[in-house]
Design a protein around this ligand. Structure first.
Ligand SMILES: [Zn+2]
Ligand SMILES: [Zn+2]
Length: 340
């Protein structure tokens, strides 16, 4: 067999087309991954809608990849066929810019690459990835479970573990969606006093099941005031896309508190300068992490039982999976499976 299935986009806002392609050969320094599952991420819209600067078509989306190394290119050391691996948002870097020379590949200034944007990603039976971006997949984790952890998982896990919050600190997660439902689990398992903030009462039982000790309905309650009552948040992880909702919780940050933005806000945030000067508060963003951070995310998830809630679609139904995810109907991530 030398052919494979791939789901490609040929133009901005074009449909997903399932096509037959030659199985690609790994170049020097790269491996071929036989894809088992690939999560559908909101950021796949960069490929679908053509909003990533310089994106070239046709392109196969997908950067939440879980599979098995199937072939190894020349010069690859430390990876062998048969190993189970994941590939996430960090899909390549230049290796020589200041960030790369500090080992901070995810902030590469010259040639940061995302699978499914810079090169063909995981909506296919096979994909090629540079060996340096692979994460080893633990035996105890299925491919379907691993996929969403490669982007949504690492982003919430890695931002929280570097947030400066310590066990027992008050950490709020704003929004219960694809990122938020993982953020709540990670925060609870890291030993933070975890607060979930979402619109309406109906999400409270789920939030508590995911590990939240407190629930704030920001439709009927003033979330900032409620956080102050709880002592002020050391960290608020902003996982939703509403800049307005993010601005509204800033008053809930305690002294030295941080708002960490991981959700792409639709409008600028409004900040009261005095609040930030007086209490040394801050706002930062966080971009996933390197391949070893992905591996840490997977290991921690096995250790603590953190899992994404996923709806599974066979590769042929990529359009449906994507639309469910974009419309927010999917609870909470969508995963494409190849049957490989
Ligand atoms: Zn993503
Ligand atoms: Zn670089």
């Amino acid at each position: 067999m030398s052919k494979m299935r791939a789901v490609q986009v040929t133009r901005p806002n074009g449909p997903f087309e399932i096509v037959e392609r030659e199985i690609p050969e790994p170049a020097v320094g790269s491996v071929r991954v036989k894809v088992e599952a690939c999560g559908v991420c909101h950021s796949d819209s960069f490929t679908k809608e053509g909003t990533w600067p310089g994106i070239q078509y046709p392109r196969v989306p997908g950067h939440e990849i879980a599979g098995i190394i199937d072939a190894v290119g020349t010069g690859v050391v430390g990876w062998t066929p048969g190993q189970r691996v994941g590939v996430g948002w960090h899909g390549g870097h230049c290796g020589y810019c200041d960030s790369c020379r500090r080992g901070d590949f995810v902030t590469c200034q010259i040639a940061f690459q995302v699978p499914g944007i810079a090169y063909d990603g995981g909506y296919a039976d096979y994909m090629i990835a540079p060996a340096g971006v692979l994460a080893l997949l633990p035996e105890a984790l299925s491919a379907v479970d691993a996929g969403p952890l490669m982007c949504a998982g690492i982003t919430t896990y890695n931002s929280l573990r570097h947030s400066g919050a310590r066990p027992g600190d008050l950490v709020a997660v704003l929004g219960i969606g694809g990122l938020g439902h993982l953020g709540i689990q990670f925060a609870a398992k890291m030993g933070f006093k975890t607060v979930a903030i979402a619109r309406g009462k109906d999400k409270e039982p789920l939030a508590r099941k995911l590990g939240a000790q407190h629930y704030i309905d920001n439709e009927t309650q003033d979330a900032a005031a409620e956080l102050v009552k709880l002592g002020g948040a050391k960290v608020i992880l902003a996982t939703l896309t509403s800049g307005k909702a993010m601005s509204a919780v800033l008053g809930g940050l305690g002294v030295n508190g941080k708002l960490i933005i991981v959700g792409a806000a639709d409008e600028p945030l409004e900040v009261n300068a005095f609040l930030f000067i007086g209490g040394r508060r801050s706002i930062i963003g966080w971009p996933s992490g390197n391949s070893i951070d992905s591996q840490d995310t997977l290991s921690f998830s096995v250790l603590t039982g953190v899992r994404a809630m996923t709806e599974v679609f066979p590769l042929e139904r990529a359009t449906e999976g994507y639309e469910e995810m974009m419309s927010g109907k999917a609870r909470f991530r969508a995963d494409l499976t190849t049957g490989n």
